[in-house]
Design a protein around this ligand. Structure first.
Ligand code: SF4
Ligand code: SF4
Length: 201
């Protein structure tokens, strides 16, 4: 029938309009900013840096490899690599960023920095309300402002964060098993060389 689609659409709109007076589920808008709809788990706004443990500086996962800086299309990431190293989550000495800035006024939320990071160190935040009247420095976020705990990551992307945790734990277990096997082999070798030569008088 001609116009059937239009009539169906109008009926759905009317159902939602009148239904919103009696049912909260039909009310699709809220009184923002006093009231906020929780962000969907796969929502993405701007990047943040993940850290483990209580100390953000010691726990930053970033090893300053600078891949994200090179791959960021609008070049809004600026990293300065440390001269010294600190242990990463498996205890391996790694460089870290003494400076890590993202100009969020330039960032286009493409998530490429997240996709290319080999260390699960940078993820997308769901917080989008960052408006400021400081057009020059207000959205230039340094590592202090970008650092968020792994617990925070779990609170906004629970499924993804659990997958990352499982993967990192597996890698850590592999490294520890390898180190243990190497230590046992070295101890066995030392024991053989310390024992008296067989067959001598
Ligand atoms: S989300 Fe895209 S634009 Fe923003 S910092 Fe990452 S790579 Fe750059
Ligand atoms: S966030 Fe990831 S890709 Fe970027 S410098 Fe740090 S470790 Fe490398």
């Amino acid at each position: 029938m001609l116009g059937e689609g239009i009539l169906k659409g109008m009926a759905e709109t009317a159902k939602n309009f009148f239904g919103s007076y009696v049912s909260k589920e039909r009310l699709t808008t809220v009184e923002y900013p006093e009231e906020r709809v929780p962000a969907a788990e796969n929502a993405r706004a701007f990047p943040f840096l993940v850290y483990d443990g209580p100390d953000w500086q010691a726990g930053l996962r970033c090893v300053s490899c600078q891949i994200c800086e090179k791959e960021c299309p609008p070049k809004c990431i600026l990293i300065e690599k440390s001269k010294d190293k600190k242990p990463d989550y498996v205890g391996k000495p790694q460089f870290y960023p003494v400076r890590f800035d993202i100009d969020l006024s330039v960032c286009m939320s493409c998530q490429i920095c997240v996709e290319v990071c080999p260390f699960d160190a940078i993820k997308m935040n769901t917080e989008f309300a960052l408006a400021t009247d400081d057009r020059f420095g207000g959205l230039l976020f340094s590592r202090e402002k970008l650092a968020k705990s792994n617990e925070y990551y779990h609170s906004i992307h629970p499924t993804e964060a659990a997958e990352v945790d499982a993967r990192l734990a597996e890698e850590k277990a592999k490294v520890e098993a390898k180190a243990k096997a190497a230590a046992e082999a070295a101890a066995a070798k030392a024991a053989v060389s310390a024992s008296p030569a067989e067959g001598g008088n």
